[in-house]
Design a protein around this ligand. Structure first.
Ligand SMILES: Cc1cc2nc3c(=O)[nH]c(=O)nc-3n(C[C@H](O)[C@H](O)[C@H](O)COP(=O)(O)OP(=O)(O)OC[C@H]3O[C@@H](n4cnc5c(N)ncnc54)[C@H](O)[C@@H]3O)c2cc1C
Length: 371
C-alpha cells in the first residue's frame, strides 16, 4: 500500500484555461483531475464579461482566435445558450496595416467613416477617422462559460491547493504535493494564472510574467440607449486622451471600460506589494474623464470598479507562450479567455502526447521579445 495517489493527467488551476483543458480531456475519455484551492473562476477568469475579438498584430493569434470562436460555438451548442453575444467589436485608431492578419485569415471586417460611427457604436461621440468593424466579435459571457465548463468537468475537480510540482528522479511523469494528498501523474498541465511563475520554477521553467494591478470601472448606459446593443470597443487613437478597451456587461445595462497601454497598470514590487502612494482611484478618474468625452451614451459616473491582476509577457498584452518538459506543460500570457477553447484542445494534446503541439510553439515564438 502506498500513501501516494495516481492519476494519468492532472490540471492545476480551474480558471478558463484549466477547465477548457480538462473539458477536452474528459470528452476524449482521459483519466484527469483538476486541482484548485478556490472555486472555479476565482482567479483571472473572474467577472461577468470579456471581449472576444479577432484582431491581433500576430496572424497566428488571429488564427487562434478564429479557432477559439469555433470552439465557443461548439460549447454554445452543447450548453444550448449563447456564450458570445452578437454585439461585434469596433476599433478606433486602426488602418489597413492593422488588419493584415484578419485579411490573411479571411476574417470578415470593414472600415466605416468616422462621421457615421454612431451607426456602429450608438454611444460614441463623433470621431475624426475611420472605424474598423469586426462583426464576428462580441462580449463573452465569462461567468456562464466558467459555470458550464465546471459543470461538464464535474467531480473531476478536487478542491486542493498545489504547493509544488517536482520531476521525480526516475524521470517518469511528475509528482505534486497538495493540501489534500501527494499525487503522481503521467503528465501535469499547469494553468495556474498568477501562480504559473512560481509553480513552473519548481520544474525549471523560467516564466517572465509581469503582474500588475488594473482598474476596470463600469458605467450605466444612458436610458436613451437602453436595449440598444453596444459593441465591444478598442480605442488606440489617442483622440480622447487615453487608449481604452470596453465591453457591454451582458444585459445588465452597464458597460465596462479599462485603459490600455504600457504605463496604465501598477506593477507589484519585488516584495509583492504595491509602490507607496499607489492611487487606483486616480486610474478610475482617468477612465471616467475618457467616458465623459468619448462615450456620451454612458453616464461618466462609475457605478462600480473591479481591480484585477494583469499577467503580461514581455511582448505585451496579446502575447502567450507555452513551456514543456517531459511530464509537465504550462502556459502564460494575457487576453487568453477568447482563445480558451482552442488552447484547451492544444494543452490536452500536449498532455496526451507529452509533446508541445507545433501551433502552440509557433504562437509563442516572439512572446519573450520586448515590445
Ligand atoms: C481585467 C482583465 C481584463 C481582461 N480582458 C480580457 C478580454 O477582454 N479578453 C480576453 O480574451 N481575455 C481577457 N483577460 C484575460 C483573461 O481573463 C485571462 O487570460 C484568463 O482568464 C486566464 O485564465 P487562466 O485559467 O489562465 O487563469 P485563472 O483564471 O487565474 O486560473 C488559474 C487558477 O489557478 C488557481 N491556482 C493558482 N495557484 C494554485 C495552486 N498553487 N494550486 C491550485 N490552484 C491554483 C487559481 O485559484 C485560479 O483559479 C482579461 C483579464 C483581466 C484581469
Amino acid at each position: 500500500m502506498t500513501h501516494r495517489r495516481e492519476v494519468d493527467i492532472a490540471v492545476i488551476g480551474a480558471g478558463v484555461l484549466g477547465l477548457a483543458t480538462a473539458e477536452a480531456l474528459v470528452r476524449r475519455g482521459a483519466d484527469v483531475l483538476v486541482f484548485d484551492g478556490r472555486p472555479p473562476g476565482a482567479g483571472l477568469s473572474g467577472g461577468l464579461t470579456r471581449t472576444f475579438r479577432h484582431r491581433h498584430d500576430n496572424e497566428l493569434h488571429v488564427a487562434m482566435a478564429v479557432e477559439g470562436r469555433r470552439g465557443f460555438a461548439r460549447w454554445e451548442q452543447r450548453l444550448g445558450r449563447e456564450l458570445i453575444g452578437p454585439e461585434g467589436a469596433v476599433y478606433h485608431g486602426m488602418d489597413h496595416s492593422h488588419v493584415t492578419g484578419m485579411a490573411a485569415q479571411r476574417v470578415e471586417h470593414s472600415f466605416v467613416p468616422g462621421a457615421v460611427g454612431g451607426e456602429v457604436f450608438p454611444a460614441l461621440a463623433r470621431v475624426g477617422t475611420p472605424l474598423l468593424v469586426d462583426p464576428g466579435a462580441g462580449a463573452i459571457r465569462a461567468k456562464r462559460t466558467i459555470d458550464a465548463l465546471a459543470h461538464w468537468v464535474g467531480d473531476r475537480i478536487v478542491q486542493a491547493d498545489v504547493h509544488s510540482v517536482t520531476v521525480p528522479s526516475d524521470g517518469d511523469g511528475a509528482e505534486f504535493q497538495t493540501t489534500e494528498a501527494i499525487y503522481r501523474a503521467r503528465h501535469v498541465v499547469i494553468c495556474a494564472g498568477t501562480a504559473v511563475t512560481r509553480l513552473g520554477a519548481s520544474v525549471g521553467f523560467d516564466i517572465p510574467v509581469r503582474s500588475a494591478l488594473h482598474a476596470r470601472p463600469h458605467f450605466r448606459v444612458r436610458p436613451e440607449f437602453a436595449g440598444t446593443p453596444l459593441p465591444c470597443w478598442v480605442d488606440i487613437s489617442g483622440e480622447f486622451g487615453v487608449n481604452v478597451y470596453g465591453s457591454p456587461i451582458g444585459a445588465t445595462g452597464t458597460y465596462v471600460v479599462g485603459m490600455i497601454g504600457p504605463a496604465v497598470d501598477v506593477p507589484f514590487g519585488p516584495d509583492g506589494g504595491l509602490p507607496p502612494g499607489t492611487d487606483m482611484e486616480e486610474h478610475v478618474r482617468r477612465v471616467s474623464a475618457y467616458v465623459a468625452k468619448a462615450l456620451p451614451g454612458l453616464d461618466p459616473e462609475p457605478v462600480g470598479a473591479r481591480v484585477c491582476v494583469m499577467t503580461k509577457l514581455p511582448k505585451g498584452s496579446d502575447a502567450l507562450r507555452a513551456w514543456h518538459r517531459p511530464g509537465v506543460t504550462t502556459i502564460a500570457g494575457h487576453n487568453l479567455f477568447k482563445m480558451a477553447p482552442a488552447l484547451g484542445e492544444l494543452l490536452a494534446d500536449a498532455a496526451e502526447k507529452d509533446q508541445l503541439p507545433e501551433a502552440l510553439e509557433r504562437a509563442g515564438a516572439d512572446a519573450l521579445e520586448a515590445a
